[in-house]
Design a protein around this ligand. Structure first.
Ligand SMILES: NC(=O)c1ccc[n+]([C@@H]2O[C@H](COP(=O)([O-])OP(=O)(O)OC[C@H]3O[C@@H](n4cnc5c(N)ncnc54)[C@H](OP(=O)(O)O)[C@@H]3O)[C@@H](O)[C@H]2O)c1
Length: 264
């Protein structure tokens, strides 16, 4: 039997841990980076635009928590994912936590119009980057008997959709991947989980949030009557990353203001 951990300290301490967070220059990823740093983690901030990533790293470094570096990486490119992991290990020695947050949502329309190019690019961004980074980082996590892989999914993939084909397919694929990794590596001290946000106040959701009709339709399913702020997604990520989340494995957790439990 695997030994139980020692709970002498706080359940929410990330001191001494390093988190690599894709797409952390704005939106949900930025909130995750800032909140994890507050709890003591060192952070690898990334996105395609290095200036935006660097300003998040600078802000973290001006604060009291963990330290941060910024690395440019396009998650649809295999080599750039590997470079991102290399740069994180070079700066901090090891990477304990992977948050696969950056996501692509590039084609909306009927399945008959879904192009191979859009499907392939979306799968590369929303699933393959998770796989490439997991494959790269899991040996180190297993060796030290502690690791966290947190996939940012979407409640869109908990439903059927007539228009969000490539996006929901890729997110559903990632959720299954996480379950597989959880089974394969749980006894090695790794926890792998998906957090599925509901509608969240970011640039990606601006098209829904700024259109009163679309927003009203979205919120009609909400049990709390509003969309999420990025910090509300980050809170659950921090919990899963800390010892507090040590007995959660392979799950898909909806952080959605109750949108997915509503029937009437
Ligand atoms: N907002 C919502 O309502 C909502 C709901 C459900 C799920 N989600 C999921 O939450 C995650 C974060 O979304 P968000 O709303 O925070 O988006 P966002 O505000 O648009 O931020 C996206 C972040 O990802 C980076 N990024 C975008 N494309 C990238 C690429 N190809 N390679 C590397 N980095 C890339 C962006 O930086 P650069 O542009 O510089 O690359 C930025 O840092 C996504 O996986 C999304 O599917 C969001």
């Amino acid at each position: 039997m695997t030994p139980s951990p020692n709970f002498a300290g706080t359940l929410f301490d990330l001191s001494g841990k390093t988190a690599l967070i894709t797409g952390s220059s704005r939106g949900i990823g930025r909130a995750i980076a800032e909140r994890m740093a507050q709890h003591g983690a060192n952070i690898v901030v990334s996105g395609r635009n290095i200036d935006a990533a660097q300003s998040v790293a600078d802000e973290i470094n001006a604060g009291k928590g963990g330290r941060a570096i910024a690395v440019a990486a396009n998650i649809t490119r295999h080599e750039e994912c590997l470079n991102l992991a290399d740069a994180g290990e070079k700066a901090f020695g090891k990477i304990d936590i992977l948050v696969a947050n950056a996501g692509l949502h590039i084609q909306v329309g009927p399945s008959a119009e879904m192009t191979d190019e859009a499907l392939s690019k979306t799968m590369h961004g929303n699933w393959r980057a998770l796989h490439v980074l997991s494959q790269r980082l899991l040996p180190g996590m297993c060796e030290q008997k502690w690791g966290r892989i947190i996939n940012i999914g979407s409640i869109a993939a908990h439903f059927g959709s007539g228009v969000y084909h490539s996006y929901t397919l890729s997110k559903a694929f990632s959720m299954q991947y996480i379950r597989n990794i959880a089974v394969e590596h749980g006894v090695s001290g790794v926890r792998a989980n998906t957090i599925s946000p509901g509608l969240t106040h970011t640039e990606m959701a601006a098209g829904l949030i700024n259109d009163p009709d679309k927003l009203a339709r979205e919120l009609s399913r909400s049990t709390v009557g509003r969309y999420a702020e990025p910090d509300e997604i980050a809170g659950m990520v921090v919990a899963l990353a800390c010892e507090a989340g040590g007995y959660v494995n392979g799950q898909t957790i909806a952080v959605d203001g109750g949108m997915t439990i509503r029937y009437d």
